[in-house]
Design a protein around this ligand. Structure first.
Ligand SMILES: C[S@@+](CC[C@H](N)C(=O)[O-])C[C@H]1O[C@@H](n2cnc3c(N)ncnc32)[C@H](O)[C@@H]1O
Length: 246
C-alpha cells in the first residue's frame, strides 16, 4: 500500500509536493508506443553519450581504484569531511542505498559497534555491517521492516539519496522526488533521537522551499551542501539538518 506523508495527512496546502506519484500506465506506454526511428536513434546516441561521460568521470575511475561501489561515495565522504557525520557506534539509516556506495562509507565509519540499515527498491549485494531491506520505500511494508529491524534503537543519522527514475519532465519528476524525501523526513521524525541528524538529496524546484521550511521546524539548523562529486548541471543539492527537536 502506498503511503501518505505526514504533511499530506496534516492537510497542508502545497499539493504538488504531497501528491503521490501518479504516472498512469496509460500515458507512459502511449509515449513509448509512438516513438519514431529518429527518436530511438537519438535515445541510443544519448545513452552512448551517458556511458562515455560515466566512464570518463574521475570519480567513477576513483571508485574503481578505491573499491567503492559507486561515485556517490565521494559525495558522502566530502560531506563527512566537512560536517563530521559519523562516529563509531552510531546507528544510521541509508535510504536509496543501492548499489551501496554510501553504505560502505557509513559501515566503515560507525564500525562494529554501530548499526547501518540500508534500503532500496533494487537489489544490493551484501555488505559487512549493513542490514539491507529491499523494497519500494513508498510501501508501508518497507517502513515496517525498517522499524522492526531497529527494534526501538534510537537513530543518530537518517540519510536519503533516493531519486526516482527521471523522465526529463520536471512536472513528473519533481513531485515524485519530493514525495520520496517527504517520506524520508517522516521516517527521520519517527526514529531519530533528539539532537539527531538528517541528510537528504533534494532537487531544486517546485516544493523545495516549503520542504526547507518543514526541515527548519523539526531541526535547529539546516545547511545546503553541493559536494564536488555532485554534477554542476544537476539540480540536486544535499540538505543537512542538525539537532532534531524530538
Ligand atoms: C543515486 S542512487 C543511490 C546511490 C547510493 N546512495 C550509493 O551510494 O550507491 C538512487 C537510488 O534511489 C533508489 N530509489 C528510487 N526510488 C525508490 C523507492 N521508491 N524506494 C526505494 N529506493 C528507491 C534507486 O533504486 C537508486 O538506487
Amino acid at each position: 500500500m502506498a503511503r501518505s506523508t505526514s504533511s499530506s495527512r496534516n492537510g497542508a496546502s502545497d499539493g504538488s509536493r504531497r501528491q503521490q506519484p501518479g504516472v498512469s500506465k496509460g500515458s507512459a506506454s502511449k509515449g513509448s508506443a509512438g516513438k519514431s526511428n529518429a527518436s530511438k536513434s537519438n535515445a541510443s546516441k544519448s545513452s552512448a553519450g551517458w556511458l562515455k561521460e560515466h566512464f570518463d568521470d574521475r570519480f567513477v575511475q576513483q571508485s574503481w581504484q578505491d573499491g567503492y561501489r559507486s561515485r556517490a561515495s565521494y559525495k558522502l565522504l566530502a560531506l563527512d569531511e566537512k560536517d563530521r557525520l559519523f562516529k563509531p557506534g552510531m546507528s544510521v539509516i541509508d535510504l536509496g542505498a543501492a548499489p551501496g556506495g554510501w553504505s560502505q562509507v557509513a559501515a566503515d565509519r560507525v564500525g562494529p559497534e554501530g548499526m547501518v540499515i540500508a534500503s532500496d527498491i533494487l537489489e544490493m549485494d551484501a555488505l559487512a555491517g549493513v542490514e539491507f531491506i529491499q523494497g519500494d520505500f513508498t510501501e508501508e511494508a518497507v517502513l515496517e521492516a525498517i522499524l522492526a529491524t531497529l527494534d526501538g534503537r534510537p537513530v543518530d543519522l537518517v540519510m536519503s539519496d533516493m531519486a526516482p527514475n527521471m523522465s526529463g519532465m520536471s512536472a513528473i519528476d519533481q513531485p515524485q522526488a519530493m514525495y520520496l524525501v517527504e517520506l524520508a523526513l517522516d521516517l527521520a521524525r519517527q526514529t531519530l533521537r533528539p539532537g539527531g541528524r538528517f541528510l537528504a538529496k533534494v532537487f531544486q524546484g517546485e516544493g523545495f522551499d516549503a520542504y526547507l521550511k518543514e526541515l527548519r521546524e523539526s531541526f535547529t539548523k539546516v545547511v545546503t551542501r553541493k559536494p564536488e562529486a555532485s554534477r554542476a548541471r544537476s539540480r540536486e543539492v544535499y540538505l543537512l539538518a542538525d539537532g532534531f527537536r524530538g
